[in-house]
Design a protein around this ligand. Structure first.
Ligand SMILES: Nc1ncnc2c1ncn2[C@@H]1O[C@H](COP(=O)(O)OP(=O)(O)OP(=O)(O)O)[C@@H](O)[C@H]1O
Length: 210
């Protein structure tokens, strides 16, 4: 369960997010909003990467008091640059969390990512490859809660369908940031409700306000 109360985030003298309240329990939430509105900032805060005011609790535990950022599953690429390559990073995640690396390679095969790619540092991958590998890293441990930033933005049409299938199958609770509104319909099925929010002037407003 994810519970956010009175969250606000400032960078230098600017307030990026304010009065954010959100509760998710076995729900998927899609976050819309214009460029620079604070979508990625919200995911960074939930992932424990940046400081925040207010409260963000995952299963009752305050994120800022988590011992390591890898406790939470996210496809934010900055989380994964700690490894020399995506493969090294997957090994670190699997070791910390006690998971199966085979799942990582299975997802990469499903997304048709060349095995050579995962042995490159993340910064040497193409933009689309980086998206696919980051998604595989975020999902291979079958996490309960995930945050996903722009999962289909730079992905070709054929792989896009596979990314959507993976998200439908594996994401039961979490936040997905996108500019691609068609993703909302694609994620919905008869079992899953997708809640939509838009960041408007730093606040989280229910529904599609774009
Ligand atoms: N570390 C930082 N220091 C200062 N300002 C920052 C920092 N990170 C983000 N910002 C600013 O915060 C605002 C929100 O950025 P963010 O990346 O969250 O936007 P976004 O909604 O994800 O945008 P986009 O749709 O363009 O990806 C922007 O104005 C950005 O310049």
């Amino acid at each position: 369960m994810l519970e956010i109360k009175d969250l606000s985030i400032n960078f230098e003298d600017f307030t990026i997010l304010k009065n954010i309240n959100l509760k998710l329990e076995n729900q998927v939430c899609v976050i819309l909003g214009p460029n620079g509105s604070g979508k990625t900032t919200l995911l960074r805060a939930i992932s424990g990467i940046i400081p925040y005011k207010g409260s963000i609790k995952i299963n009752g535990k305050e994120v800022r008091s988590a011992k390591r950022i890898l406790e939470y599953s996210t496809n934010l690429q900055e989380v994964y640059t700690i490894g020399n390559s995506a493969w090294d990073t997957a090994k670190i995640i699997a070791e910390i969390k006690g998971g199966d690396l085979k799942e990582f390679t299975n997802i990469l095969s499903y997304l048709d990512v060349d095995r050579k790619v995962i042995h490159k540092p993340i910064y040497k991958m193409s933009t689309g490859q980086r998206s696919l590998v980051s998604l595989a890293l975020a999902l291979f441990m079958k996490p309960q809660i995930v945050t996903i930033d722009e999962p289909i933005e730079n992905v070709d049409v054929n792989r896009r369908d596979r990314v959507i299938s993976l998200l439908r199958e594996r994401v039961n609770e979490g936040l997905i940031v996108t500019h691609q509104k068609e993703l909302i319909k694609m994620l919905e099925n008869n079992k899953k409700e997708v809640i939509i929010y838009t960041i408007v002037n730093g606040e989280l407003v229910e529904g599609d306000k774009m």
